[in-house]
Write a protein of this length. Sequence first.
Length: 345
Amino acid sequence: MFGCESARAFAEKRGDIISLFSHKNVPIILICRAGARTTPYVEHHIPAKYTISRAPEPSPASPRPLTPSLWLYGRAEFTFLALFMSALPEQVKVGFLGFGKMARSIAEGLQKQNRWLTGACDVMPFTSEQTKAFASAGELEQWADLILLCVKPQDMATAVASLQGSRPCLSIAAGLSLDTIRSFFKGPAPLLARSMPNLGATVGLSTTAIYCEDEALRALSVELFGAVGYAFAVGKEDLMHGVTGLSGSGPAYVFLMIQAMAEAGVREGIPFDDALKMAVQTVLASATLLAGSSDHPAEWIRRVSSPAGTTIEGMAALEENGMRHAIYEAVHRATERSRELGKKK
């Protein structure tokens, strides 16, 4: 293993140095000859917790993968220096760039577990007992192991431009693709992940989809959002638009249905407050039963619907008035709108 100063001198003499920095007083040096099989974000941006060691020569037909360990190969003089990423610390520092309601809800969920430490930078001053406040995005980036991009889509370009790209980033912005977010960085972009949480995060019941091209960051992102509900990864980025149309916008559809049920109760003579409580409890109980079962929703409908009874008459009315089609169209049009927003930078 190279000593820091000897490595610097050797690399500078040959013009091979790419980056030299320190993490917790441990010098980290990245050396790579021009033309090495690397990508720009690996060459310039190294997440915390890396060490330098020697590695055996890889087979030309089987180059080492970039993840979960990052291998950087120079010429033979370097004896194939390799960069290994050690495991993240037991406590991961999560930096929130933007600290609105959704970000605060995520932070509160993370704070219930010892796994996470939270810090934030926002244009609006805030106070929090457990989230450390930072005056600038640069200070937040230096402190964090992972940056959560929690600004509105229209503000993403400005927010990202304030980052050096030295830490992996996880976006919660609807409609913005990873390529679009990468284009906002002034230099090479860091590792990126994209997520779509929903309003349920405010009560620890979010449904969050993750898309990430890097296996290690994908796993970390799913783990993080698991602290505020149900989180899962999708295999294609285009599916994030469908996720936005279904679960991202979905709470509004359910609220409308509950409102309509309560108003229908009023039509039948039930006071609104009572009707609203009945509707909310009915939806809550139905969702709880379905969540705790592997049965198809149609099976639960069958159990509730007696032959020639009241429920089957109500179901017939819903079908006659196009409820199913209306839901299809709501999800489809929200999905298409997400695609439209994604095309705008």
